[in-house]
Write a protein that binds this ligand. Sequence first.
Ligand code: FES
Length: 72
Amino acid sequence: MIVCVCHRVSDKAIAQCARSGASFDDIQLEFGVATQCGQCEQGARRIWAECCPSTTLAHLRNENTPPASLIA
Ligand code: FES
């Protein structure tokens, strides 16, 4: 699906870059996402955040952390 109509950038392209460790700024520089009308920015950032490795690792860390009520 095309996320950025102005620059014809797909969700797959954004996800692939995010998984390879690219920052959102990198994606903007590489593809021009959210640099023209800006309508795509929120959706593009959501896709990037869902796919970037640090978000995935943070999610896993949170799953392994016991609730605060069990630590004390
Ligand atoms: S739709 Fe992405 S900058 Fe316009």
